[in-house]
Design a protein around this ligand. Structure first.
Ligand code: FES
Length: 105
């Protein structure tokens, strides 16, 4: 398990153990956290799983794909730390990974 710390739109934080192979989106949805809606179910097409991933953690995940870039272009509040949580696949990490969840409700 790897620990993902979700900093939520309501100002609270949740520490969630996410199994390797699951996505950061899965960890949120499976635990009913606020913010990540994931309307498309993780198919990189809706943009309702927008999170901000600090640069210090980007090396733990695959680079942004062209498909992900195209979805991000249409979202509000995008910055150079923006990612789609459904595309952030968790491996075994020995640190806590922090993500800031955009409010996509
Ligand atoms: S869940 Fe739809 S783009 Fe990530």
């Amino acid at each position: 398990m790897s620990n993902i710390v979700y900093h939520l739109p309501d100002g609270t934080s949740s520490h969630i153990d996410v199994a390797p192979g699951q996505s950061v989106k899965d960890g949120s949805v499976n635990n009913n956290l606020v913010g990540i809606v994931a309307e498309c179910g993780g198919n990189c097409s809706c943009g309702t799983c927008h999170v901000h991933l600090a640069k210090e953690y980007e090396g733990f995940f695959a680079d942004v794909s062209d498909e992900e870039k195209e979805v991000l272009e249409f979202l509000d509040g995008v910055d150079d730390e923006s990612r789609l949580a459904c595309q952030l696949i968790v491996r075994e990490f020995d640190i806590n990974i922090h993500v800031r969840v955009a409010d996509s409700r």
